[in-house]
Design a protein around this ligand. Structure first.
Ligand code: ADP
Length: 368
């Protein structure tokens, strides 16, 4: 199993298609795979022993990441495991520089002590997924909008022109399709609005105490209309605590995860589980599909990324938005996958959000 932004231990580092660098607690390289050597134009064994900060270019215009000097302050928190993907300019063995993105995972001992990190390096302009240009985005979105609108136009024309001649069940089928396509258009437009709100920090959360089990049950019964084969159980433990969150956003995230399981994995044997994990609740959607290869797993949360695997695809926005919505709540959304066995998408929501609100609202001078 591997976490997105990190690397599946099951993967042979030598055959992994992205650069991998492992560093110890002192931030010195202890291992690097051939791809990391190829990106940095140096023999991988020559990287071993070098300080992580030395690999980063701190030139004009190149904003170094925080870890160029020391661990990011969040590394001190035992619950933080993921290093989110961020751009960086790296120094190459031949004196040149390369633009890349770095993501990763902290390595921790059983009691949570920081032991190092595993970093995944992807050159920005070589192989792999390059974010689409504005024109490509418009073309993707237009295409996504056009297909449901074409069917709405076609069916409504038929209904208007042949109303008297159509059988009841034909009319019903066409109206159902129009209804479904109108939902698709609404969803896509909402996704685009969410993108601009997330990117400009204008997303407003309408928080209340939310029963996640109730939302999960509603999501499953709504999706069962669209995916009649859906067999998804909700298994939250007794007394699962309510969380202070925006119910519409939690529903949106769960809908995306369960729908992805039905669409891209298998509608059979999907499970929604929940647990209290320290100061958070964690909700996970498990599927038993083909799984996602590690090389794609690190990219599925990228905006507009869609895997090319012959399955129906959408806009490539769902997971990016879901992660943004979860993070807006102060939680994390991660994915693990074992090719051949399925995937687990897991998000957390902080349990103390309501207490923090009470703290904030309490009039000055009032004792706690
Ligand atoms: P979309 O909005 O197009 O459905 P997402 O951002 O939700 O895209 O997902 C991105 C890609 O991740 C999809 O194209 C799909 O290939 C892959 N994916 C997402 N969830 C799963 C899953 N449970 N199993 C296999 N692949 C998945």
């Amino acid at each position: 199993m591997s976490e997105t932004g990190a690397v599946a231990p099951a993967v042979e580092p030598d055959s992994f298609p992205l650069g991998l660098i492992e560093v110890d607690a002192d931030r010195r390289v202890v291992a690097a795979n051939p791809e990391a050597g190829a990106v940095l134009r140096i023999a991988p064994e020559e990287l071993v022993g070098r300080a992580l900060g030395d690999l980063v270019a701190v030139g004009e215009g190149a904003a170094p990441p925080e870890w160029a000097r020391d661990w990011h302050p969040s590394a001190a928190l035992r619950s933080v495991r993921r290093i989110p993907e961020h751009p960086v300019t790296l120094r190459c063995g031949d004196g040149g520089e390369v633009e890349a993105t770095v993501a990763g995972q902290y390595r921790r001992s059983g009691d949570g002590r920081l032991q190092g990190a595993l970093l995944v390096i992807r050159p920005t302009h070589r192989r792999g997924f390059n974010p689409p240009s504005g024109i490509e985005v418009i073309s993707t979105v237009s295409h996504e909008l056009r297909s449901p609108l074409t069917s709405v136009k076609g069916y409504t024309s038929l209904l208007l022109n042949r109303w008297e001649r159509l059988k009841e069940e034909q009319k019903r089928m066409m109206l159902e399709q129009v209804h479904h396509d109108a939902d698709r258009v609404t969803r896509l437009v909402n996704e685009l609005l969410d993108i601009s709100r997330l990117e400009t920090g204008r997303l407003v959360l309408r928080r209340q105490l939310v029963d996640v089990g109730e939302i999960a049950t509603r999501v499953v019964s709504k999706l069962a209309l669209e995916y009649p084969d859906l067999d998804c159980t909700v298994e939250l433990p007794e007394g699962f605590p309510a969380v202070y969150a925006d119910p519409d956003k939690v529903e949106q995230v769960l809908t995306n995860l369960v729908e992805n399981a039905a669409k891209y994995a298998s509608p059979r044997d999907v499970h929604i589980t929940g647990e209290v994990d320290g100061d958070d609740v964690a909700v996970a959607v498990h599927d038993r599909g083909e799984g996602i290869p590690a090389s794609d797993l690190v990219r599925i949360f990228t905006k507009f990324f869609r895997r090319d695997h012959g399955k129906p695809t959408g806009s490539g926005l769902g997971l990016w938005i879901s992660r943004g919505l979860v993070e807006a709540h102060g939680g994390r959304l991660t994915a693990e996958s074992e090719p051949g066995h399925g995937s687990v998408f897991r998000f957390t929501l902080p349990l103390d959000a309501f207490d923090a609100l009470l703290e904030h609202e309490r009039p000055r001078g009032e004792a706690s």
